[in-house]
Ligand binder design. Sequence first.
Ligand code: HEM
Length: 494
Amino acid sequence: RLPYPPGPEPSLISGNARDLPAEKPWLTYSRWAKQYGSIFHLREYHQHIIVVNSLKDAIALLEKRSRIYSDRPAVTMVDLMGWDFNAGLIRYGDKWRRHRRLFQENFRKGASVNYRPLQTREIHNLLQKLLLTPDNFMLHYRTVAAAILMATMYDHDISEINLERFVTVAEQAVSKMGDAFLPGAAAVNTFPFLQHLPSWFPGTGFRALAEGCKVYTDEMQNVPFEFVKDRMASGAAISALTATLLERNNARGGSTEAEADIKAITATALTKPFNPDEQEARTLKTVSALGTFFYAMLVNSDAQRKAQEEIDTVVGTNRLPDYDDRPTLPYIEAIYREVMRWRPVTPLSISHATSEEDIYNGYYIPKGSVVMPNVWAMAHDESIYQQPDLFRPERFIDENGQVNDDDLILSFGFGRRMCPGRHMAEATVWLTIVTVLSTFDITKAKDEDGNEIPVDDDYSDSVISHKLPFQCSITPRSAAARDLILEANTTNDS
Ligand code: HEM
């Protein structure tokens, strides 16, 4: 039989379980890639793990061989906790295909344009909050992304009134889902047969964890969904994706399977604002990108100045930029790409798994292997991005001053499982960047003696890596900018 790809020497039973890095694994994996090659192999007990560190290999496997590389790892606790409704965790097969199709239909590039008025309104709201209470900027940009998703799924009015209730249920479900990876639960993930042991058997405490979580998981799916259905039954007009999909299903005869799928995909989107690994709720991928943007403007004030010059020249100072300006603002585009490259939102992406065995470059890759794309390594590949640790938007600008053709945002993943929400997410991040830069100066905060407060490079160490709290000063660029913000439309009427 062909060998597995190279990697650190495994021990007989636990394999590399003891070698697996506890902190920021993407950094250790990037180092190992230099030692073992861009694809290396690890084993945790019987689980094979293939870490892919170069874009070339990621495309060769996850895109060109996507028929084999589009499964997700089996995590027993995720199923026991009722989280198998979530499109991102569903195993490759018919159920995933149905959910994926619904996402694609409603969040593809063309369809995402429909959400722009709502995104614009929420981002204008963000500008007003930044003006009034700039010190709370982290809370404000966290809220904007959650508000956009809630309003898209469950209608602006419904989500405004019930925000706290929906959020509380979702927070509970997501934080309990984090228990799926606690030591008590890890055993059943590694040895799934344990789930069949009777509950009096020692070591089956994972059952209580799973049942405790499932209550909230079910509630999270049911509460907002039933709310929308009740409102529809009472004849209220609801402008939200859940209602549109339900109406379409009713017109086709009201299949219960389709209704269950609609409930699942709306709840999947609802969970996007929450990250199980975080103490702080409402942390999502879009939020993480926004945090990096504010931080990057402190690190490279020159980039901020150039961006503002571009906006002032192209858009002027009499109005706020909008989506139609995007093709005419290459430097802003470069800032967006560099934000997504410099500090990747999901440094190890979301793992895929193989649904069949495979042979690649003379190495054997078993069926059921976890395939982990090291996006950090790809985005910091010195042969493509010189001095990758520097925030330098110019790397995306060609000799004619236009953006170059390097437009693949690695943070959105690969192949058939690539993020279906990327067009919507990108629109939120881009409009936030351009409107904030057109109206505010972002500078280092100062202490009582007027000295600049230094900012460290601390990021959270989790699936979604985000900038840990830092201080900065956000001040309107001019009296005219302040007026523009105050006059911006933050209501439903467009
Ligand atoms: C900056 C923001 C975002 C980033 C960086 C991001 C990133 C990702 C990544 C890395 C994956 C896994 C891709 C893979 O397996 O190769 C993913 C999956 C997914 N994302 Fe996003 N995402 C973002 C925002 C969103 C939003 C706003 C939505 C909802 C509208 C969304 C919905 C999904 C869904 C449903 C999946 C599962 C896809 C599947 O497994 O087939 N994402 N995302």
